[in-house]
Design a protein around this ligand. Structure first.
Ligand SMILES: [Zn+2]
Length: 205
């Protein structure tokens, strides 16, 4: 099967599978402002992932952890901004030219190659510790999410031991909606999304 023929919930977006320039996301729905998000910026997700996401956030709250959605749907322009900033940072760190872009792309996907364009990816941090760094993995919110996210149709998309396959550095806050059945299957398999798609759908390109 070609990656292009995958159902909507399994859409593959990565460095080798960029979205077309004229890509338009499916209908988006706003998360309620200021409950699991800040009060300044509206967060949006694909409306088909909305109910499961809200159920997950509410269940986490009921277990006394504080999940905080710091990023969700992103436009190509917004992603371009993030990427340019990361390249600039890499240059400050001493990387030059192509090397700066390569280093940046390991941490911030170039526009068109980010799952955030689909509205199916959310970055969730602990409200009491919002830094996007490795310490995030041991916060209460991450411990809870890693244990329960599959029950709500989400997977931790970029596990620490799969960077060589995903091409993305460990992000213990980036959750991808794939639906409950696939999320359970992927989680039980111990494979990352790329590996699981290859095994399950025999993706060739
Ligand atoms: Zn993310």
């Amino acid at each position: 099967m070609s990656a292009k023929d995958l159902p909507w919930n399994l859409v593959l977006v990565n460095h080798d599978h960029p979205l077309p320039d004229d890509y338009e996301p499916s209908a988006l729905k706003d998360l309620p402002m200021g409950i699991y998000t800040d009060t300044e910026r509206a967060q949006q997700v694909d409306e088909r992932a909305y109910d499961d996401l809200m159920d997950m956030l509410e269940a986490a709250s009921e277990d006394n952890v504080g999940p905080f959605v710091c990023s969700s749907y992103r436009t190509f322009d917004y992603q371009q901004n993030l990427y340019d900033n990361r390249v600039a940072q890499a240059e400050l760190e001493g990387y030059e030219g192509d090397e700066a872009e390569k280093e940046a792309a390991f941490w911030v996907a170039p526009p068109g190659t980010s799952e955030h364009h689909t509205g199916l990816a959310v970055d969730i941090v602990d409200a009491s510790y919002t830094a996007l760094d490795e310490t995030q993995e041991s916060t209460d919110a991450q411990r809870w999410l890693m244990e329960h996210c599959a029950d709500y149709g989400f997977i931790l998309r970029y596990p620490t031991d799969k960077s060589d396959v995903t091409g993305i550095g460990y992000e213990p806050w980036h959750y991808r909606y794939v639906g409950k059945e696939a999320a359970r299957d992927i989680t039980d398999s111990g494979l990352c999304f790329e590996e699981w798609l290859k095994q399950t759908y025999n993706i060739q390109d």
